[in-house]
Design a protein around this ligand. Structure first.
Ligand code: B1M
Length: 211
């Protein structure tokens, strides 16, 4: 199987072709995790690189993510059946009081494209909902986004809720969003900070010690 064909379909945002290629590969017995790691991840890695260098803009990222998701939708259900492992489990959301989710969605899609299992809780997520999801999904990382200076304190409140529920010691915490900085991460005791989707993938890999 030439997995670079699938990577190229992701990079150029061909969601119908990506779905057809994926179905054909699965029908021929290709392992879904192999397809993700050799086709989708390199494709989204390249998109992350181009986005970071300023070579492409948000619409290109979004159409690439749509192609990645079209393929992932076919491959992912088969992973559970065949017992193969994703690289790690992430619970992500925009904190309570904050409705901005465009950036969070991008980060979420990049993480999924990089081979992580992502449970996206949406926006306006309460600390209690983060805690409940972290407990439910055997989570490695709780990832929080905030776009408003007024909602940034909810990140610290969520960490406090994770501590109170005795979940904090089992998970890493990553934060991001326009008003968020590394200094803030240090101050509130988050384990990682990322300023965009590509960096979020890098920080996640570092926190979990995976490639
Ligand atoms: Co609002 N808004 N907004 N807004 N909005 C901003 C954020 C603002 C900077 C505009 C401004 O005044 N110049 C300002 C915040 C000021 C501040 O607090 N410092 C603002 C405001 C004030 C408001 C309202 C209060 C306006 C009002 O009603 N008076 C209101 C609040 C509603 C609420 O949340 N309770 C409001 C509402 C809205 C809309 C609903 C209309 C809409 C959101 C739609 C949506 O998200 N579904 C909206 C939008 C679109 C914006 C701007 C224009 C664009 C945000 C965006 O999507 N950027 C924004 C101004 C601006 O940024 N130019 C603005 C694109 C996105 C790809 O970037 O979200 O930064 P970003 O995500 C990046 C990184 O930050 C990072 O990676 C992403 C990809 O590179 N990242 C992470 C994000 N999360 C991460 C998590 C990670 C790691 C990296 O790990 C977990």
């Amino acid at each position: 199987m030439n997995f670079s064909e699938l990577s190229e379909m992701v990079i150029t945002g061909q969601h119908i072709a990506a779905a057809e290629w994926t179905q054909n590969a699965l029908d021929q017995g290709v392992e879904p995790i192999e397809l993700i790691n050799k086709g989708l991840v390199p494709g989204m890695d390249e998109i992350g690189r181009r986005w970071k260098e300023g070579g492409i803009h948000m619409p290109e990222v979004l159409i690439a993510a749509r192609a990645m998701k079209a393929s992932m939708a076919l491959a992912k259900p088969l992973i559970a059946v065949s017992g193969q492992e994703m690289k790690g489990t992430i619970v992500i959301g925009t904190v309570k009081g904050d409705l901005h989710d465009i950036g969070k969605n991008l980060v979420s899609m990049m993480l999924e494209g990089a081979g992580f299992e992502v449970h996206d809780l949406g926006n306006n997520v309460t600390p209690e909902a983060f805690v409940a999801a972290a407990e439910e999904h055997d989570t490695d990382i709780v990832a929080m986004s905030a776009l408003l200076t007024t909602t940034v304190p909810m990140m610290e409140a969520t960490i406090a809720a994770l501590v109170a529920a005795e979940v904090r010691q089992n998970v890493k915490v990553m934060i991001g969003g326009a008003p968020v900085t590394q200094a803030l991460a240090n101050q509130i005791g988050a384990d990682g900070y990322a300023d965009d989707g590509a960096s979020a993938v890098g920080v996640t890999k570092t926190l979990l010690g995976v490639d």
